[in-house]
Design a protein around this ligand. Structure first.
Ligand SMILES: Nc1ncnc2c1ncn2[C@@H]1O[C@H](COP(=O)(O)OP(=O)(O)O)[C@@H](O)[C@H]1O
Ligand SMILES: [Mg+2]
Length: 446
């Protein structure tokens, strides 16, 4: 992409309405535009990151054997009357009446609809296990939408639902989700800690929230600092192997890590003092085992191997896709702007032409662009007729992890400059070498 032909409406001034850094940078970098309280347009740069995040979610769900589909945003109220939640949900639900006077709603979540799909088509244990998920817009009429995409009213969520013949199988699905989520967040450059959460009125203790530590987080969290050292890394996990998957979950959930809702002060005191931490966290996902709550209410049953008929065992599992942009920026920025992890960056590398219109510089930039594109990487080429300082400021603000700077002086010595956005360290090298280095960096995270 050439910046001269792109749509990147960066703001020079800090927008007054933004209280936290991620919101400020998303507005300043031209990623989003607010259209109403808690409702945003995704401008091209923000849209690219959103799509990257979706892509990683899809890839990791596929690895776990979960199947994508797409349910609508609008749902009939009657489905929610079957579960009893139509009245319970209260003011957070946006209710709509169509021209036939039918009551509809903009879905805040999809347990009822997925259960309806299931009961229409599945009736035997032979079709289980089954996990279906989608990535779809949700609407919750939050009392206080704030912090940009962090707490929106319209927001994008991945929500998945498992259907299993018995509790043991459903808990394996729960564990599969935990491992797939750990991998998902790590690929986005995040440390998201699974913390035991409060299951609320449903009961049972099988729910975990995934929290990214950040000073601006809305949740208060307590944890053993050793938990932040845990990494899934590149190890292969066989998602069909119940023991292996459960062992990974045990590794990540044995150390103390809880939100204020489940915090146990006495238990916390047993951790060595220097490892006892309290902090703020951003909830980027939640997994939930709830058994037969919806299947019983809605008559979703399956025939078991011994011929009896039982309500299907279920759970639901969500990732805050649009919130993740905010969380990633909260965890990765400096005073100049965003610092995207390679896994989610909107463009792999920025090319800065220090002397637009200079024949040798222009053609070196064009060659660089070509070479990177041929290797499957997408560069953002700043080919505008602007001062070097302004070009650097834009690149720093939008946060591409790598920048290649091309100017007449360097080219005279046969070099360009490769700069890491994270460390600020620049190295001179041949154009070919710079391409190889960037290609290798992205090959390593693939
Ligand atoms: N208002 C919102 N704006 C942006 N993301 C949200 C919002 N509400 C929930 N999410 C994201 O969706 C994920 C799954 O939602 P869920 O756990 O049902 O929400 P909640 O914890 O608010 O009840 C959450 O972990 C969070 O990351
Ligand atoms: Mg939650």
């Amino acid at each position: 992409m050439r910046l001269s032909r792109y749509f990147l409406p960066v703001l020079k001034e800090n927008p007054a309405e933004a209280q936290i850094v991620s919101h400020r940078y998303m507005l300043r970098a031209g990623m989003i535009k607010q259209q109403a309280a808690g409702i945003y347009s995704w401008l091209p740069l923000g849209y690219r990151v959103l799509k990257r995040i979706e892509q990683i979610v899809h890839e990791e769900q596929a690895r776990a054997g979960h199947i994508p589909l797409l349910m609508p945003t609008l749902q009939p109220a009657d489905l929610w009357r079957e579960s009893g939640r139509y009245d319970d949900y209260g003011q957070e639900m946006l209710r709509i009446t169509d021209r036939q006077k039918r009551e509809m709603l903009y879905g805040p979540t999809n347990e009822e609809m997925i259960t309806d799909i299931f009961r229409s088509h599945v009736s035997s244990y032979k079709d289980l296990p089954l996990t279906l998920y989608h990535i779809q817009w949700k609407f919750r009429d939050e009392m206080r939408p704030r912090f940009g995409v962090m707490r929106g009213r319209e927001f994008l969520m991945k929500d998945g639902y498992n259907f299993d013949v018995d509790k043991a199988a459903a808990l394996h699905a729960y564990n599969r989700h935990m491992v797939s989520y750990l991998r998902t967040y790590e690929r986005m450059g995040l440390t998201a800690i699974p913390m035991r959460a409060d299951s609320g009125p449903i009961g049972g203790d099988d729910t975990h929230e995934f929290l990214v530590l950040a000073a601006t987080g809305e949740s208060e969290v307590f944890y053993d600092s050793a938990v932040t050292e845990l990494k899934l890394g590149s190890r292969e996990v066989d998602y069909d192997d119940r023991e292996a998957v459960a062992a990974v979950c045990a590794e990540f959930t044995t150390l103390y890590a809880r939100t204020d809702e489940t915090h146990d002060a006495a238990l916390f005191e047993t951790i060595p003092e220097e490892r006892r931490k309290s902090a703020r966290g951003i909830e980027v996902g939640q997994i939930f085992y709830f058994g037969t709550k919806y299947s019983e209410a809605m008559g979703a049953t399956v025939v078991t191997p011994d011929g009896s008929r039982v309500p299907v065992e279920m759970g639901s599992h969500g990732i805050g896709v649009s919130r993740l942009l905010g969380a990633i920026i909260e965890a990765n920025h400096d005073d100049k702007g965003i610092i995207w992890p390679e896994g989610v960056t909107p463009f792999a590398v920025g090319i800065v032409n220090l002397k637009q219109g200079d024949t040798a510089t222009d053609s070196a930039c064009a060659a660089l662009y070509q070479a990177l594109t041929a290797k499957g990487l997408e560069p953002l080429y700043d080919d505008r007729d602007e001062r070097a300082g302004a070009k650097f400021a834009t690149m720093d603000l939008i946060g591409l992890p790598w920048r290649i700077t091309v100017g007449p002086r360097g080219l005279g010595n046969g070099v360009v400059e490769l700069t890491s956005r994270r460390t600020g360290v620049s190295e001179e090298m041949s154009l070919e070498m710079a391409v190889d280095r960037v290609v290798q960096i992205y090959a390593e995270i693939a």
